[in-house]
Design a protein around this ligand. Structure first.
Ligand code: SER
Length: 743
């Protein structure tokens, strides 16, 4: 069975069990500070498990793009070495939100595997949670009994918390789980040794394929467990491993998911997969990493120097390095795989195909830059070796090569060995742990548990219509940041716009009993609107007046609408290929990143400004559709953003149906005339194929004009005395620098 068919059968099976099939969430996570990337199918449903959001359907199923390269679930270093781990993989999953529980989850998993997919029952094993004294939990007898209805008891293994209690991160929804493992070894091997003893022993052919999690608890900040109000099912099946089992292969990389990629890379390198273990590892690393990089970029995460962008950059570098060392690729080669991937996934994840040229360009640029670094790194290593006293390269130097040049230890060790030297591995490990410690210490904050005040109420956002409302605190928590403590507060009714869609969060205050409490920021965490307060109100149960700072909101709205006008202008002036790649909108400026392959010329800038200012003068009224089916919006020609998680209903913002129509959650002016004036202040490059425009609108633009006039007057004054010219120029430059800094 081809992989596409295997995926289809999974979804059809759960559809026949009344599950709603939903799309994969983007792999790059935007509104959850605890996660950089989607690491499990359940991430997008976390709020439902925690009771923050109601489920739209009680049963859903999907295939989710996951990336396990950071945080609690990190498989990066294993990838390529073995045949069944990946950075990016697809997780097939089915969920019950307070609906069915263990009995059905177990019965259906068994039915799908043995009946629909016809996997041999005598190759399957099942694990069940054995209990944990530390957490005060008994063995999962319920799951055990349900399994006994389907499978011989001697194929069931009781296993510990490490393997059979699933948690997404240090805090959050969790529960005992049951895993299904399959033994894919040959008959002869099985005759020699049964598979039971190999379960959970890292055997490449005795692998877990499906994890059924019974979500019953919430792990609190202090490490204790509390029962959730309802019980849920969260299952995840490794698609690539399932394909290996279904296609009778012994490695995920031998399936039709990876073979086209591997063949293409091998052909280009003039090697054959299967001849030499080192070459094979390199082929696997590149096949795996090229997928991860391409889809991360497709979902809007560009490689960069920090955060999630840096993780993507490192994955790409790991692939380049393997290609360089073991396949002798000295020119960009990953970029050529993008087209293949885009085609392969066109049906299921069309975002790569839609942005194929852009992804190719970004990857090529990154490859070029790193190939240069690699050459410099090799030169650096040669210099280190030349100056070396003794025959061991220090841990510090190995770490520098790793950190700055992306040289993994094994590469440094390899080159050192070739020159009769060795490396101080222990010293390197120490440097690594010191770095981990540093980044842990730099990590932003430590959140306490939520404390309910007026619990259970529906949260309403009224900020599109009102800047003031009465509000009660639903819950709050204390968050310790590096130097201070802040309080995060959820209100039952709020006019505060939470940071999102590039627009900054509102500020303002809460007032009760004559006391004002500043709201210093507002953010979204999954679907919660969180207000940041420096001080906790004395009377938490009071009814507050919640007031948004109107000036900041108006200026931000001016800039947000101007951003929409600019995006439409870019398409008119430069072409339809200009897709949004990032944006920032605050009360001072707007910054818009978009895909475009060359510098925007001065003439084009002038055309953009002219067009946007024309639209401002036309005073086009805002047309807001607050909640319309996404299909209707797309049919109406609305611009959507790649990598954005849209619900079934969306908000559509239009300024002239023939000019600008976007899906957007931000705040806007009532009519474009309010913006007054639009002026581009800079145009630059942020990454390969991505340009950045910064601009200001009336308030700031007017201030700049006034300032300019002042400066010109000053200059004229100084010029009256020719001796002062040098001084005048100096002063002007200083002023100019100040202005540039202020944006
Ligand atoms: N959340 C579980 C896992 O990732 C099951 O989906 O394994």
């Amino acid at each position: 069975m081809k992989s596409a068919e295997i995926r289809k059968k999974f979804l059809e099976f759960f559809e026949s069990k009344q599950h709603k099939i939903v799309p994969s969430a983007p792999m790059v996570v935007k509104d959850d500070p605890t996660l950089m990337f989607t690491n499990a199918g359940m991430n997008q449903f976390k709020d439902i498990f925690l009771g923050n959001k109601e489920a739209k359907a009680p049963r859903v199923a999907d295939t989710q793009k996951c990336l396990r390269v950071s945080g609690k679930h990190n498989d990066l270093e294993e990838v390529g070495m073995d045949t069944y781990h990946h950075t990016m993989f697809e997780m097939l999953g089915n969920w019950s939100f307070g609906d069915y529980f263990k009995k059905e989850a177990i019965a259906w998993a068994w039915e799908l595997l043995t009946d629909v997919y016809q996997l041999p029952k005598d190759r399957l094993y099942v694990t069940v949670f054995e209990g944990d004294a530390g957490d005060g939990l008994e063995a999962d007898k319920e799951a055990l009994d349900f399994w006994k209805e389907w499978i011989d008891e001697d194929r069931i293994i009781l296993a510990s918390k490490k393997d059979n209690f699933w948690e997404m991160g240090d805090q959050g929804p969790c529960g005992p789980c049951s895993e299904i493992h399959i033994d894919l070894r040959s008959e002869e091997e099985i005759a020699k040794e049964g598979g039971k003893g190999l379960v959970n022993e890292d055997h490449p052919q005795v692998v877990e394929i499906w994890n059924l999690v019974f979500i019953q608890f919430n792990r609190k900040a202090d490490g204790s467990l509390e029962s959730l109000p309802a019980t849920h099912i969260d299952t995840g099946m490794g698609f690539e491993r399932l394909c290996m089992a279904m296609q009778g292969k012994q490695s995920n990389y031998d399936t039709d998911v990876f073979q086209p990629l591997i063949t293409s890379i091998a052909e280009k390198a003039g090697v054959k997969y299967g001849d030499d273990e080192k070459v094979d590892i390199a082929l696997r690393v590149i096949a795996d990493h090229s997928r991860a990089i391409s889809f991360a970029i497709a979902d809007g995460q560009l490689p960069s120097n920090n955060g999630a962008g840096y993780v993507i950059r490192r994955i790409l570098r790991r692939a380049v390095r393997y290609g360089y060392t073991f396949l002798k690729f000295e020119k960009p080669f990953i970029k050529d795989l993008v087209a293949l991937l885009a085609e392969q996934f066109a049906e299921v994840f069309p975002e790569a195909k839609a942005q194929q040229d852009f992804i190719t360009k970004v990857v090529e640029e990154e490859e070029n830059a790193f190939l240069k670094t690699l050459t410099t790194g090799i030169a650096r290593l040669e210099a280190i070796q030349k100056d070396l006293k003794g025959d061991t390269i220090s841990g510090k130097q190995v770490f520098e090569l790793y950190d700055t040049f992306g040289f993994p230890v094994d590469l440094t060790a390899l080159i050192a060995r070739e020159n009769g030297l060795s490396i101080d591995e222990k010293g390197f490990e120490q440097e690594m742990s010191a770095q981990k410690e540093r980044s842990r210490a730099a990590q932003t904050s430590e959140a306490g548990d939520w404390i309910s005040v007026h619990g259970g109420e529906e949260v309403t956002f009224v900020g599109y219509d009102e800047l003031e409302s009465s509000a009660q605190i639903v819950k709050y928590r204390e968050v310790k940041e590096k130097k201070k403590t802040v309080y995060q507060v959820v209100l039952n009714r709020t006019p505060f716009y939470p940071e999102g869609g590039g627009q900054v969060g509102d500020t303002g205050y809460l007032e009760a009993n004559g006391e004002k409490y500043s709201v210093v920021d507002t953010k979204k965490e999954n679907d919660l609107i969180i207000h940041f307060l420096a001080k906790l109100p004395a009377d938490l149960e009071a009814t507050f007046k919640a007031v948004v700072s109107g000036k900041k909101r108006q200026l931000s709205a001016n800039n947000h609408t101007a951003t929409h006008l600019l995006q439409a202008a870019l398409r008119e002036v430069l072409g339809d290929h200009c897709a949004q790649k990032g944006s920032l909108v605050n009360d001072k400026l707007l910054r818009f990143d978009f895909s475009h392959f060359s510098k925007v010329t001065e003439e084009e800038i002038a055309q953009l400004e002219k067009l946007v200012n024309e639209k401002i003068r036309q005073n086009i009224p805002l047309e807001e559709r607050r909640s319309i089916p996404i299909k209707e919006a797309m049919d109406a020609g609305a611009t959507a953003l790649f990598g954005e998680k849209y619900g079934e209903n969306v908000r559509m913002i239009t300024f002239d149906p023939n000019y600008s129509r976007e899906l957007c959650g931000g705040t806007h002016v009532k009519a474009t005339g309010e913006i007054g004036l639009f002026k581009i202040t800079s145009e630059s490059s942020v990454a390969a194929g991505v340009r950045r425009i910064e601009a200001v609108t009336a308030d700031v633009a007017e201030a700049m004009v006034t300032k300019n006039e002042e400066l010109i007057a000053q200059l004229n004054e100084l010029l009256k005395n020719p001796k002062d010219i040098a001084k005048a120029v100096g002063q002007l430059l200083e002023e100019r620098n100040k202005l540039t800094k202020q944006g």
